[in-house]
Design a protein around this ligand. Structure first.
Ligand SMILES: Nc1ncnc2c1ncn2[C@@H]1O[C@H](COP(=O)(O)OP(=O)(O)OP(=O)(O)O)[C@@H](O)[C@H]1O
Ligand SMILES: [Mg+2]
Length: 299
């Protein structure tokens, strides 16, 4: 029997417009699953269906092989994209109150809330009201709120949006720990490059359809595309006549997409003739490059 959270064939239309067109999702225990895709792809809609906030036109949500009802959903935690915390409540009190709503006893609720705040780097803000926290801090509290009752499944909608690198680290550690203990976790993001190291498995949706899914490492390795990465800016005319399909600059230099099977050293030599470079490498595509290839867009 499946140990997963599963969504099978979700279809959802709004005003006659299909925003989910038969989406499947599998979230096994012990795996970080990323639900990825651009703005408007349908990620939040799918999460709302998982939580029963929306009743899908078609399709099914299953938990460990069985149907899902209210009692099951109370063992889950959801961090919605539109955040909601009581601004006047003190941070620690808020978390304890939420845990109590879920039926956690007072002592345990308090301990768990304190531990979570500590883990999220907010131990010293426990007594402050929510309204005095910065946006990123409030967001970390929102994550704590989703998991203060010790849920088996965590569904996090854009948990990384607007966080500084330190906060991204705190949150990553909490996510990892939940999953390493055998928990289920799916989170959404449109920032593919930010999250690709964290996801073991991804479901990439675009305009309501799954365009790619599976373990990130396998997806990257299976792609025939190879990029020559160099730490200098390469204008296209340096590469005239070479087996190159595309050149794109980024903050670190340039990424040169090679023709399939091309010899990277030929291209590297051409770049070297124009410029001294320190760092280079031949790499499989990043997740966003895979996505752009899968959706037929190349920059
Ligand atoms: N209640 C609603 N009524 C009408 N249209 C809706 C409703 N909810 C979502 N949509 C539409 O469904 C599509 C998918 O929206 P959704 O919020 O699921 O996208 P998303 O992938 O979460 O995007 P983002 O990255 O911006 O959060 C969008 O075109 C959106 O306008
Ligand atoms: Mg969304």
């Amino acid at each position: 029997m499946s140990e997963s959270l599963e969504v099978i064939g979700a279809v959802q239309s709004f005003d006659g417009r299909r925003v989910l067109d038969g989406v499947d999702l599998d979230v096994p225990p012990g795996t970080v699953v990323g639900l990825l895709g651009p703005n408007g792809a349908g990620k939040t809609t799918l999460m709302r269906i998982i939580f029963g906030v929306l009743d899908a036109d078609e399709g099914e949500v299953r938990w460990r092989g069985g149907a899902v009802g209210g009692a099951t959903r109370r063992t889950w935690g959801y961090m919605p994209q539109e955040r909601g915390l009581y601004r006047e409540m003190r941070t620690l009190d808020h978390l304890v109150w939420l845990a109590r709503l879920y039926g956690v006893d007072r002592v345990q609720a308090r301990q768990r809330a304190i531990d979570l705040l500590e883990q999220l780097g907010l131990g010293d803000r426990a007594r402050d009201p929510i309204r005095e926290l910065s946006g990123g801090m409030a967001q970390r509290v929102q994550l704590a709120a989703a998991m203060v009752h010790g849920p088996e499944l965590l569904v996090l909608d854009e948990p990384f949006a607007g966080l500084d690198p330190g906060a991204v680290d705190f949150l990553t550690a909490v996510i990892r720990e939940h999953v390493d203990r055998g928990g289920h976790l799916v989170f959404s993001s449109h920032q593919l490059d930010l999250v690709e190291d964290l996801c073991e498995s991804i479901v990439l949706i675009d305009r309501g359809r799954v365009v790619m899914s599976g373990p990130v490492r396998e997806l990257r390795a299976a792609s025939p595309d190879r990029y020559l990465r160099v730490d200098v800016d390469v204008p296209p005319d340096w590469l005239t006549g070479l087996p190159v399909r595309d050149v794109r600059g980024d903050a670190a230099g340039s990424r040169i997409l090679l023709e399939p099977g091309a010899d990277a050293t030929v291209v590297l030599d051409a770049v070297r003739r124009h410029s001294e470079l320190v760092d280079f490498g031949v790499e499989a595509p990043t997740l966003s490059e895979l996505f752009l290839a899968a959706t037929g867009v190349r920059r």
